[in-house]
Design a protein around this ligand. Sequence first.
Ligand SMILES: Nc1ncnc2c1ncn2[C@@H]1O[C@H](COP(=O)(O)OP(=O)(O)OP(=O)(O)O)[C@@H](O)[C@H]1O
Ligand SMILES: CC(C)(CO)[C@@H](O)C(=O)[O-]
Ligand code: BAL
Length: 277
Amino acid sequence: MLITDINQMKQISKNLKKEGKTIGFVPTMGYLHKGHISLMECSKKDNDITIVSIFVNPTQFGPNEDLDKYPRDLERDLKICKEVAVDYVFHPKAEDMYPEGYSTYVVMETLTDKLCGKFRPGHFKGVLTVVNKLFNIVKPDKAYFGKKDYQQYIVIKKMVEDLNMDVDIIGCPLIREKDGLAMSSRNKYLSQEERERALSISKALFKAKDLFEKGETNPKNLIKEMKKIMENNVDEIQYIEIVNPKNLEPKEKVEKGDIILVAAFVGSTRLIDNIEL
Ligand SMILES: Nc1ncnc2c1ncn2[C@@H]1O[C@H](COP(=O)(O)OP(=O)(O)OP(=O)(O)O)[C@@H](O)[C@H]1O
Ligand SMILES: CC(C)(CO)[C@@H](O)C(=O)[O-]
Ligand code: BAL
């Protein structure tokens, strides 16, 4: 069922909780793909009720980013949600989420100024604020986030811990296309030729993992090999970092369980990807 009214969504969730039902929540920005569907399937397995939100959150986009052109197709998304048999789709209006005079934000003092946060100032402030608002409206027992957006997953986990919020954050595996490209709504922006070049990102990650498994533990060497693969294909590498998976601090010697995080532009499309070692 599609719900667009915030108060109606709050009331539905309140009633579900009164009935003793568990609520699983999958926040999205829509233009759904198999990555999103995998989160919905996880939620359905664990909970009585699954609620998906579709909201392109304006506060997490920078002034020169793609808020206006972000792909939107509600009809298609609703069809997918129906096929997967989610119980409710929450699709609020931006003017209801952020009415005139809106002035309260959630700011995290660590973790958000590095990696994506360094290149997208204010991004995580917008993400944490909207996720907090959505949690207050939907009141989930568990919320599902993809590890494709790995920093986002860690930052949200920390917010929930720091603010003693009553929701379990579940991180779900990154889903790829058959040829290795990480699924993302923004892949729609890529031309055929750009998509080919974008494959160098996952190729570089797979290569680095292979080299690590063969014994290379110097992050500089792994990153150098990745750059060799990506340099002539992508248009800009924003970062390649090998970090501790919990605190996102760069590693001097790579160990099993560390994670390689990448952000790069192909044409005007910014893509992120990662691999766990
Ligand atoms: N390939 C994927 N595998 C697993 N989870 C994913 C994947 N892509 C997106 N998700 C998750 O889906 C949720 C909603 O993400 P969002 O709607 O921004 O999709 P997206 O494809 O990441 O879009 P974008 O183009 O903004 O990167 C997030 O928790 C995100 O991590
Ligand atoms: C978590 C989220 C739905 C908040 O707008 C968004 O950042 C996303 O889609 O990953
Ligand atoms: N998938 C994270 C949302 C964003 O890029 O704004």
